[in-house]
Design a protein around this ligand. Structure first.
Ligand code: ADP
Ligand code: ZN
Length: 205
């Protein structure tokens, strides 16, 4: 076990839209920590049960075991003092205590690796992420591929009409979009009467 001393810890954040490989990158870093024989604990909010309640799983089906927790404070309650590396996925779903909890763990000398969405489907900063990004030592913004045009994508498009901030789901409900293709209000319902073609004016219906 490596020697932990106060001040030796830090916070690193992996952020971007859905499908940008945040979970993959988190799992890659955790695997390397495991190869280095560091003691790990991995957490995710109990709300995200789309694939598995006790594993972090990427869209490409990479996985590591994790503990589901209902609140950020529960991460501290479950913390084994010997743990050297803490992984947290889907951080956007945690309460506003998360930045304080991560800072406390880093103060104790732990390496804290957090993955989460920076913005919601409207492009608005998501939950505790802004404050977490501010207090982290290191931030990596990752991009997906825009499902419309193939450009690097930093936004998450919701494909069904709804005003709820959280509808947990994957491929069928959301896709990655670039800034140009992102429709922040959700899918736009085009009134077909307003679709014109160049030669005949109003389109035949
Ligand atoms: P995140 O945690 O950011 O939602 P994941 O790590 O779960 O992302 O999944 C990333 C994987 O999703 C990619 O390696 C790729 O296999 C797949 N994928 C599906 N759609 C896209 C897309 N539009 N852009 C990039 N990767 C995609
Ligand atoms: Zn695009």
């Amino acid at each position: 076990m490596s020697f932990m001393r106060p001040g030796a810890g830090w916070i690193e954040v992996i952020t971007g839209p859905m499908f940008s490989g945040k979970s993959e990158e988190l799992i890659r870093r955790l695997r390397r920590a495991a190869i280095a024989r560091l003691r790990l604990q991995v957490f995710k909010p109990a709300v995200d049960d789309r694939f598995s309640v006790d594993e972090v799983v990427s869209h490409s089906h990479w996985r590591v075991p994790s503990e589901p927790v209902k609140t950020a404070a529960e991460i501290l309650e479950r913390m084994d003092p010997r743990t050297e590396v803490v992984g947290i996925d889907e951080a956007q779903f945690f309460d506003e205590e998360l930045p304080r909890v991560c800072s406390h763990l880093a103060d104790l000398g732990k390496r804290v690796i957090v993955a989460g969405l920076d913005t919601d489907y409207r492009g608005v900063p998501f939950g505790p992420m802004p404050e977490l990004l501010a207090v982290a030592e290191q931030v990596q913004k990752v991009t997906a591929i825009c499902a419309r045009c193939g450009a690097p994508a930093s936004f998450t498009q919701r494909l069904i009409p709804s005003d709820e901030q959280v509808i947990v789901g994957a491929g069928d409900l959301y896709e990655a979009r670039c800034r140009r293709c992102h429709e922040p209000g959700g899918p736009v319902h085009i009134d077909e009467r307003w679709l014109f073609t160049p030669d005949d004016g109003k389109r035949e219906r």
